[in-house]
Design a protein around this ligand. Structure first.
Ligand code: UDP
Length: 382
């Protein structure tokens, strides 16, 4: 079969590779001038530092198949994300751990003492079943740590009050009563030795895959193919006919320095009066490399306009209603399957994106064997 994949990011590459290996002819188009989507990395011409062009991407997963898959295309170097945050004129360790709690309260508590202290003296235990981001924070870390680390950051990141956001956003972050400051708790963590773009190029490197860059999707292209996998924005596929799904976009203010600018890869800024959410210093994502110069990004979040790159799906009540309407349109459309972060309007980590892409390709091959139709979504986005 002739299959068109729209988007040369992780979803397109993984689906394309699996289907190419199963004997299909794959065409992948991408509107940008590079592969890799928002995982794209490139070396800074002046300093040689590997830059995460669309912001920091750290690979972490519990899925052994996914870990083996990415390792079969590139060498992963050990990397643990250790994030700091600046707030109230001090630097603290994230995610909130025993060091953070002891430092904040000027104490020297052991794990059990800190757990009792937070649970009995600090946390708002009247909140039985937290629904919002704010309730989740007040319930588990109490008002002081919430104000210092989460409230301002979240207002900057999402542009709304934490009382209007779902608890699920904060559930991404653990609270630890020990000194483990690894941002992620997954079994497998690392960074591709030469960045993500060569890894994705290796996935795409198959004689039955053709990649064409600087090419936007045109619905007429679908007619020339037996099936389309679309990883662009779901609403964009339907020409935004019902309105636009809301996203946050990011602006990066790039600057260079010599030596070590901030001493770590990611420094968050918890307070609302610092206009950026965080500064990333890219050389620290490749600690096995040695560079004299350094490249940093100040990261600003704002509402996405039609001219911007969409990053974070907002998925509040209003957006979910519109998403429901687009899902109906999508389910009435044959010959196309929507995949990835933009195609399914969900905030997906890289490992989940790869897992879903593997499952989508397998579902397509199984549907071929069974002579059944391929659905619009392998994993329903609502
Ligand atoms: N967050 C926060 N303060 C921080 C880090 C995170 O309030 O210092 C909140 C914020 O709302 C963010 C969410 O926790 O959107 C999830 O954080 P994560 O680090 O997973 O965000 P990402 O790096 O994926 O944008």
């Amino acid at each position: 079969m002739n299959i068109l994949l729209v988007g040369a990011g992780l979803s397109g590459a993984v689906i394309g590779r699996t289907l190419a290996e199963a004997g299909h002819q794959i065409t992948i188009i991408d509107g940008r001038d590079h592969i890799g989507g928002n995982c794209h990395t490139e070396r800074d011409a002046d300093t040689g530092v590997m830059v995460h062009v669309y912001g920091p991407h750290i690979f972490h997963t519990d899925d052994e198949d996914v870990w083996n898959y990415v390792n079969s295309f590139t060498t992963f170097m050990p990397y643990k994300n250790r994030v700091k945050t600046t707030s109230q004129k001090q630097v603290f360790s994230l995610p909130i751990n025993l060091h953070t709690i002891n430092q904040y309260y000027g104490k020297t508590m052991r794990p059990d003492e800190a757990r009792d202290f937070i649970q009995n003296d600090i946390a708002d235990t009247t909140i039985a079943d937290p629904q919002t981001f704010e309730e989740q924070a007040l319930r588990f870390v109490g008002p002081d740590l919430y104000e210092a680390f989460f409230k301002g950051y979240t207002i900057k990141q999402w542009g709304v009050q934490p009382s209007e956001l779902p608890a699920s956003i904060l559930k991404r972050l653990p609270v630890r009563f020990n000194y483990d400051d690894n941002y992620f708790f997954h079994r497998f963590q690392g960074m591709p030795e030469n960045g993500y773009t060569p890894m994705i190029a290796a996935i795409l490197d198959h004689p039955s895959i053709t990649v064409t860059l600087n090419t936007m999707f045109d619905p007429a292209m679908a007619d020339a193919h037996d099936h389309v996998f679309y990883s662009g924005p779901l609403d964009g596929y339907f020409d935004y006919q019902l309105g636009r799904l809301g996203y946050r976009t990011l602006d990066f203010e790039k600057f260079s320095a010599t030596g070590d600018y901030q001493g770590c890869a990611v420094m968050n800024y918890g307070e609302v009066d610092v206009p950026y959410t965080r500064i990333t210093e890219h050389k620290h994502f490749s600690p096995w490399e040695d560079h004299e110069g350094t490249v940093c990004y100040r990261e600003f979040s704002r509402a996405c306009t039609p001219d911007d790159i969409p990053y974070y799906p907002i998925r509040q009540v209003k957006e979910k209603a519109l998403l429901g309407d687009y899902l109906k349109l999508a389910e009435d459309t044959t010959g196309v399957t929507f995949v990835g972060r933009l195609g399914t309007y969900r905030y997906l980590d890289m490992d989940v994106t790869i897992r879903e892409a593997m499952d989508t390709a397998d579902a397509f091959l199984a549907a071929q064997d069974a002579g059944t139709a391929m659905p619009a979504f392998v994993k329903p986005p609502l």
